[in-house]
Design a binder for this molecule. Structure first.
Ligand SMILES: *Cc1c(COP(=O)(O)O)cnc(C)c1O
Length: 465
């Protein structure tokens, strides 16, 4: 399959998309056409393993780069690293409400679902090309540890992770900084997540540097990651009998818009999806965009109980805008330029109407999040993490607007955020062994100012160039 840029630039193969960053014109890749799955094919997913479902869904995108057999080997090994046999099990909370548990991977957040598989495909493609590469990731907390767990110790690869200093949870930080493999490099940037993401984008903008280092993005600007995330939308909907006349709604705790866009991608591939709920914390640029028709930065990023969603600039929204505008690449290019200078742009009514036909955006304030943790604990005896709780808070207010079954994505394990849980219900969640040992391990991390040139110099030196 071929891939196109949201800003109209040249075409690319699956291998280019997997190994590269943004498109050369600064846009984001999308498939030239969405493949279509029939209701019968979707129904069959309910009776195969998660790894096999991943192979069937990813094959149309990856064909030409990987064979079904190669995908099968890598998917089996990727999902064998999960502690739950179902990989992404559903748990019923109420007659029409289900939690989709996406935290059974090695780092206890949903980022593992895509990164464990991507790392294996990546190693395969690099070996074939006989190439080295530098993986670079900006993280609001969970992408960093998932990328490190997936790529640590791989020959020919350096992993550089930028996190905003003092803005990730202690557990999240220790998951990254206590890893001792020589190819892992942590940087704490004096700034917020948007600053780290901007630095990564600027490193890619320096074409000479990016080519010399073979820079690769594993943030959700990498389409391979989003495609891998469509798999659990399919398996969850198939398990609930989605098909003719039966659509499933999803509530998605949202930061960079990657995960919820995977829901749109699944719908475009034929999955019967009702509404996609974009659940944000008080960093609510997406809620404001859908309600006012203006996408604009309002002040600085605010720190919340759900740090992985403390984001203002939701990179992947560009993909949704491209689709909602009828793939109008020249319009997307224009508004992204406008956003760069003015930090805001208007969304035309026709585009906004398309977005509102698919998405509902709802914000949970800090007290809504704590309430949702409390209610789930008292009502269902379950402890949910604060990100999942942002989604459940939104659901509590929107349920009347949703027809049919609702799947709320549980994006992280509560043990990653023990302080928020303690604050909400006065109990410490049980800490899994892999996290419990972290506090006694030595941390490895370099502090750098919020400066692209400082980061560039660091990457240059740590990769031995
Ligand atoms: C990354 C993350 C999110 C947000 O996902 P996006 O794809 O950035 O919208 C939500 N919850 C948790 C726990 C995360 O790690």
């Amino acid at each position: 399959m071929e891939f196109v840029s949201t800003r109209g630039g040249g075409r690319a193969s699956f291998e280019d998309v997997l190994l590269g960053g943004p498109a050369a014109d600064g846009g984001l890749f999308l498939p030239a056409d969405w493949p279509a799955f029939s209701f019968a094919e979707i129904r069959e997913l309910a009776s195969v393993s998660y790894a096999e479902a991943a192979v069937r869904i990813l094959l149309p995108f990856a064909s030409g780069t990987f064979s079904a057999e190669e995908l099968r080997i890598d998917a089996s090994s990727a999902y064998a690293s999960f502690s739950h046999r179902a990989v992404a099990p559903l748990r019923q909370l109420a007659p029409d409400l289900f939690l989709l548990e996406l935290f059974h991977g090695p780092t206890f957040a949903f980022k593992d679902l895509a990164l464990q598989l991507m790392a294996r495909l990546f190693a395969r493609a690099l070996a074939r090309r006989g190439r080295q590469a530098t993986i670079i990731a900006a993280t609001s907390g969970d992408t960093g540890s998932a990328a490190i767990a997936a790529f640590r110790g791989q020959p020919g690869l350096q992993v550089v992770v930028l996190h905003p200093k003092d803005r990730v949870s202690e557990m999240q930080r220790r998951q990254m900084t206590t890893v001792t493999d020589a190819n892992v490099h942590n940087i704490a940037v004096e700034g917020d997540f948007d600053d780290t993401q901007a630095i990564v984008k600027q490193l890619f903008d320096d074409v000479e540097f990016s080519r010399r280092m073979n820079l690769t993005a594993v943030n959700s600007i990498n389409l391979a990651r989003i495609l891998a995330q469509t798999v659990y939308y399919f398996t969850a909907a198939a398990a609930l009998g989605a098909g003719e006349g039966r659509a499933v709604n999803f509530v998605v705790p949202t930061g960079n818009f990657g995960d919820v866009f995977a829901g749109e991608a699944a719908a475009r591939m034929g999955l019967p999806v009702g509404r996609l709920v974009i659940a944000t914390n008080v960093n609510d640029i997406l809620v404001r965009a859908l309600s006012t028709g203006e996408y604009g930065i309002a002040g600085a990023v605010q720190q919340t109980f759900s740090p992985s969603m403390d984001i203002q600039v939701a990179s992947n929204f560009e993909r949704a805008l491209f689709e909602a505008s009828g793939r109008d690449a020249s319009w997307v290019r224009r508004v992204m330029m406008e956003f760069r200078s003015a930090r805001r742009f208007p969304i035309p009514e026709s585009v906004r109407a398309n977005l509102r036909g698919r998405y509902i955006a709802e914000k949970s304030g800090e007290s809504d999040t704590l309430d949702a943790i409390r209610h789930t604990w008292s009502g269902a005896g379950m402890i949910v993490d604060p990100h999942t709780a942002v989604g459940l808070g939104a659901y509590a207010r929107l349920r009347e607007q949703l027809d049919g079954p609702v799947v709320a994505l549980a994006t992280a394990h509560p043990a990653k955020f023990p302080d928020a849980i303690l604050h909400a219900i006065g109990i410490r969640p049980q800490i899994p062994e892999a996290l419990a040992k972290l506090p006694v391990l030595e941390e490895h991390c370099t502090w750098l100012p919020n400066s692209t040139s400082a980061v560039k110099k660091f990457v240059w030196e740590c990769t031995g160039s």
